[in-house]
Design a protein around this ligand. Structure first.
Ligand code: CP
Length: 303
């Protein structure tokens, strides 16, 4: 993993994913370790972000690294017409690692192919979000005590939700049963379903949360990704398909946890926030430890 880009969750084997989770546990116990004090981390965000960017910056700060970058492509020379290639070639001269979010699927892979320093994909269009995936795995293992023999429900925008694509592929390394809850227009892409089939795992598709709530250990809610719709009328027709309320959690398994990569819009009522099932803000906190583990590992500061 040292010196290598992380673009897709497929870039890591099951053992490598588990190793990152184990290292993250160490950072959760002792977050402030200035082991990257000679490193510069750059964050290039061509799309908005709160958690991914700030938790990476928090992780870098805990490790003693310096952070440079931009939060809006309009404030960079992209606005003047500079290509992504030239931006990456330049930023690689200024930093030891590049963390990039971009609206175009495949852009992170392209960046890693031209960059002389490792690139971490912080989300490329509707494609992949591997660091979110690792913090999701961490949150699942932490709350369930295991990653095998779990029932996981994905709810909402399974078509454009890149976190769903990455996490489904990662959970295929474990003995998982998938429960896919979405409107017909937002079903999981067939290439991801094929991945489940190739691993001889089961998936079930539903239209409502009620059909699956008593079966699952993890209820993974997602936002309908307005920015990916070409047709705003289509977005309007599905945007409030699921709004999880406290009442809907009646009859759930005792160990159930509700996850959400956030930001939420309407998908989870605020009356869920104080239930024992709500775990989405702790999930966001876990992102710091996992991103510390990634920075330390890729920059060669772990044993
Ligand atoms: N989960 C996630 O990617 O959140 P942000 O868009 O705020 O980074």
């Amino acid at each position: 993993m040292k010196g290598k880009s992380l673009i897709s969750i497929n870039d890591y084997s099951k053992d490598e994913m588990l190793r990152i989770l184990d290292i993250a546990e160490g950072f959760e116990k002792q977050p402030r370790q200035p082991i990257l004090s000679d490193k510069v981390v750059s964050t290039l965000f061509f799309e908005p972000s709160t958690r991914t960017r700030l938790s990476f910056e928090s992780a870098a700060n805990h490790l003693g690294a310096r952070v440079i970058g931009f939060t809006d492509a309009a404030s960079s020379s992209t606005k003047k017409g500079e290509s992504l290639k030239d931006t990456i070639l330049t930023v690689a001269c200024y930093s030891d690692i590049i963390i990039m979010r971009h609206p175009l699927a495949g852009s992170a892979r392209w960046a890693s192919e031209v960059s002389s320093v490792p690139v971490i994909n912080a989300g490329d269009g509707a494609n992949q979000h591997p660091t979110q995936c690792l913090l999701d795995l961490y949150s699942i293992r932490k709350t369930q005590g295991k990653l095998d023999k779990l029932n996981i429900a994905f709810v909402g925008d399974l078509k454009y939700g890149r976190t769903v694509h990455s996490l489904t592929i990662a959970m295929c390394n474990f003995d998982t049963t998938f429960h896919l809850i979405s409107p017909d227009e937002l079903k999981l892409p067939s290439y991801v379903k094929q991945h489940i089939k190739d691993k001889s795992l089961e998936y079930h598709q539903y239209r409502t949360i009620e059909e699956a709530i008593d079966k699952v250990d993890i209820l993974y809610m997602t936002r309908v990704q307005r920015e990916r719709f070409a047709d705003p009328i289509e977005y309007e027709s599905v945007k409030n398909s699921y709004i999880l309320t406290k009442n809907q959690l009646k009859g759930c398994k005792e160990n159930l946890k509700v996850l959400h990569p956030l930001p939420r819009v309407n998908e989870i009522s605020e009356n869920v926030d104080n239930t024992p099932q709500a775990y989405y803000f702790q999930q966001a906190q876990n992102g710091v430890y996992v991103r510390q583990a990634l920075l330390a590992t890729i920059l060669g500061a772990t044993k």
